[in-house]
Write a protein that binds this ligand. Structure first.
Ligand SMILES: Nc1ncnc2c1ncn2[C@@H]1O[C@H](COP(=O)(O)OP(=O)(O)OP(=O)(O)O)[C@@H](O)[C@H]1O
Ligand SMILES: [Mg+2]
Length: 112
């Protein structure tokens, strides 16, 4: 199993959620986070002074999938989250050792 952690634009969340449902994604965890990428935030000027907004609000989606579903889900996120501008986000992929459904005690691939 793999964990997909996608950090995307907040305004792209509905599109990404819809794209994930279309490829059969069920469980997910979503949080509102703040972050910065390679531009280290944005420098803006206001009334002659320069301000650095160094943490920008983003949406974080975490999904644990069977390994053979990984590419399908990653492609869905990539397409739906894309604008082509800086700040579109990143997708991180991690190995997952095990998953346990608390209610039944079942474990492994069939639980995700
Ligand atoms: N190396 C990293 N580690 C952890 N989180 C990151 C990393 N890079 C980006 N992020 C997260 O992803 C969000 C979006 O990053 P962003 O899309 O700006 O990446 P980037 O590398 O600067 O690409 P781009 O040049 O397209 O802006 C950040 O706000 C941050 O939350
Ligand atoms: Mg960036």
């Amino acid at each position: 199993m793999k964990a997909i952690v996608a950090i995307i634009r907040q305004e792209k969340f509905d599109d990404v959620k819809r794209a994930l449902m279309e490829v059969g994604c069920e469980g997910m965890t979503v949080s509102e986070v703040k972050g910065r990428g390679s531009q280290k935030g944005i420098r803006e000027s206001y009334r002659g002074s320069s301000y650095c907004i160094d943490l920008i609000p983003k949406t974080r989606i975490e999904i644990v999938v069977k390994s053979d579903e990984l590419d399908l889900f990653v492609d869905a996120i990539k397409k739906a989250a894309y604008t082509g501008n800086i700040g579109d986000g990143k997708i991180f992929i991690y190995p997952v050792e095990n998953v346990i459904r608390i209610r039944t005690g079942e474990q492994g691939d069939d639980v995700v």
